[in-house]
Design a protein around this ligand. Structure first.
Ligand code: 13P
Ligand code: SF4
Length: 366
């Protein structure tokens, strides 16, 4: 039975403890109607309610396999879009706070990618014959649709190298957006020389490149980055290694090239968690990824005598992931329990169809 939508302002000032109780009560009422998927960067007071957790690739698969009517996504906007695209039409994807976006995803827009495609046409001829467009999953659905339409594909931080191998086997060159760092690191790991990867600045004509540079480049790297991971610097690793010569460094591939190439391990959030948890007792780690994950991991492995340190000297959290707080979660679950759908994320039909092509290619390849 549907009742009038409960307004968020009734939750705004609700104390965290009260929210926890109301989240549990609403979940009990919803039962198997709702599944809570949580990204590893979620704050502890939200993460503890997760049914399932993961990195972007794992969460995409989980969303595709979900059986429940509601998929409540504690993460950011593009993740809830992916859940909508990969789930069945009758399932409903919910993002508890619509302001939870990803600043990196916002660095590429369809208009700018289409302009890039037009400019490439002037230099190399039909770009559909020359470039495989590859979008990092951290991007809007219309860019995934662009890739679906133009023979391209989606990648995540855990499969980027495999996806690039698939891409260069099909066409000579790759246009990679929006994260230049993930593109560069993955291209390097495949053996593409750094000088054959050029940064495409979407705010300049022809990406700020000469025709020769465009023709010579095997990979064009969109000028985008993650504002959280850009905080990690080589100097942090150097200081750690000096203080702890036996210490081990692990970083997310959204970190810059210097950080990735001086780390002992590089991988997705799920990979980071698995690697540190599987390490021998007594090891010391420097971790270059978001603070919520690092703090939770540090607590978890402390009983085994493992020490986990955050890579940056300043606190850097993903401020948009943080927007999913207990107040928003309680509000949206209580509404669902009353039969009111709030904050639905729904990708328009044709766009979803094309985006699904690119996402399914990724799921098949990885
Ligand atoms: P993962 O896929 O590794 O979880 O990364 C997502 C993300 O946004 C990292 O900043
Ligand atoms: Fe986006 Fe960076 Fe936040 Fe990941 S950490 S969701 S890339 S802004």
């Amino acid at each position: 039975m549907q009742t009038a939508t409960i307004r968020f302002d009734r939750f705004n000032d609700l104390a965290d403890d009260a929210c926890q109780e109301r989240i549990q009560a609403a979940r009990a009422r919803l039962g198997s109607k709702a599944v809570l998927l949580c990204h590893h960067y979620q704050r502890a007071d939200v993460y503890r309610h997760a049914d399932l957790t993961g990195d972007s690739l794992k969460l995409s698969r989980l969303a595709a396999q979900a059986d429940s009517q509601y998929i409540v996504f504690c993460g950011v906007h593009f993740m809830a879009e992916v859940a909508d695209i990969l789930s069945r039409p009758e399932q409903i994807s919910i993002l508890p706070d619509l302001a939870a976006g990803c600043s990196m995803a916002d660095m590429a827009s369809l208009a700018k990618v289409e302009r890039c495609w037009r400019e490439l046409r002037e230099i190399v001829g039909d770009p559909d014959r020359v470039y495989t467009p590859v979008t990092y999953i951290n991007s809007a659905a219309d860019l995934k649709a662009f890739c679906g339409e133009h023979g391209g594909i989606v990648c995540t931080s855990s499969n980027a190298r495999k996806i690039l191998e698939w891409s260069v086997a099909r066409r000579e060159k790759v246009l990679f957006f929006p994260d230049q760092h993930l593109g560069r690191w993955s291209g390097h790991r495949m053996g593409i020389p750094l000088e054959r990867m050029k940064v495409w600045d979407p705010d300049r004509e022809f990406g700020g490149l000469t025709p020769e540079e465009i023709r010579d480049a095997r990979m064009l790297l969109w000028k985008g980055h993650c504002s959280v991971h850009q905080m990690f610097q080589l100097s942090h690793i150097e200081r750690f290694r000096k203080q702890h010569p036996d210490g081990i460094v692990i970083a997310h591939p959204e970190c810059n090239f210097d950080v990735c190439s001086h780390a002992d391990y590089v991988g997705s959030t799920e990979y980071i968690l698995k690697t540190v948890k599987a390490a021998p007792p007594g090891t010391r780690w420097l971790v270059g990824t978001e603070l919520n994950l690092v703090e939770r991991l540090a607590e978890e492995v402390k009983p085994e005598g493992k020490i986990v340190q955050f890579m940056a000297s300043t606190i850097c959290m993903c401020s948009t992931m943080q927007r999913i707080d207990p107040q928003h979660l309680a509000w949206c679950l209580e509404n669902l329990a009353e039969g009111n759908v709030v904050n639905r994320i729904q990708v328009p039909g044709h766009e979803a169809e094309l985006a699904r092509i690119a996402l399914n290619r990724m799921l098949e390849v990885s």
